[in-house]
Design a binder for this molecule. Structure first.
Ligand SMILES: N[C@@H](CCC(=O)N[C@@H](CS)C(=O)NCC(=O)O)C(=O)O
Length: 237
């Protein structure tokens, strides 16, 4: 009997680093999926249907019609989604316990340090209308420190998580694509640079980062700023 094609996973997303983590994982796993644009500059993340699956009003979120026990499941938080997809497919998370814990600690490092700190670097260097030297200095230094941590790890290991490509690499890579905006010079981190170029060349990665590329725009207009950093973001719900 021919194997049944899995149902498409619905991805509620936008072309940002956190969105691209999930796009890359889905492309690497060869799973069927569909992107549904959530324009976070226009305020789509506050629509009730989206908040019902992503209560923190952030992309990415997914719905898999074939979740655990064959039942549909919705998930938000990119780290949880990567773990879910790794568990579903048996890919990019080592089966052996020590490799698994290695990957999980570096995935948590991405979620707790790389994303939040580089996100603040973007905010204060690019988006904040008021250029605050203390904040710019702090988050640029944090960005450089984090690149240094990754570079040191890659001096000892072929990949960030373990000795093979994993969800830790998939989570970190999209954030480093904007290194210029973070005040970092890639040449200062040679092990990281070689790793970055090898991931960037992967066909699945090349396809994934094209997701909704035509919709991407800089957050410079009044409306986007208001939605993301102003009253709409902080209204009491
Ligand atoms: N920890 C979350 C962060 C997600 C996140 O920050 N998403 C941003 C885009 S990269 C977003 O949707 N922002 C919209 C908003 O804050 O209203 C994850 O990893 O999924």
């Amino acid at each position: 009997m021919p194997a049944q094609t899995p149902a498409s996973i619905d991805v509620y997303t936008w072309p940002t680093p956190n969105g691209h983590k999930v796009h890359i994982m889905l492309e690497e796993c060869g799973l069927p999926w569909r992107a549904h644009a959530v324009d976070i500059g226009a305020g789509d993340q506050f629509k009730p249907d989206f908040l019902a699956i992503s209560p923190n009003n952030k992309i990415p979120a997914i719905t898999d019609p074939e979740g655990p026990h064959g039942q549909p499941i919705s998930l938000f938080e990119s780290g949880a989604i990567l773990l879910y997809l790794a568990n579903k497919t048996g890919r990019f998370l080592p089966a052996d316990e020590s490799g698994r814990w290695q990957v999980l600690q570096w995935l948590m490092f991405q979620m707790g340090s790389v994303g939040p700190m580089l996100g603040q670097a973007h905010h204060f260097r690019l988006y904040a209308l008021e250029k605050l030297p203390y904040a710019i200095e702090r988050y640029t230094q944090e960005a450089r420190r984090i690149y240094g941590v990754i570079n040191k790890r890659l001096a000892q290991s072929a990949f960030v998580g373990c000795d093979s490509y994993s969800i830790a690499d998939i989570a970190i890579f999209p954030w480093l694509r904007s290194w210029q905006n973070q005040g970092v010079v890639l040449d200062d981190f040679p092990h990281l640079k070689a790793w970055f170029e090898s991931i960037d060349a992967r066909p699945a990665v090349q396809r994934a980062v094209q997701t909704l590329a035509e919709r991407r725009k800089p957050i410079t207009d009044h409306k986007s700023r208001e939605v993301l950093f102003g009253k709409t973001q902080y209204q009491t719900r």
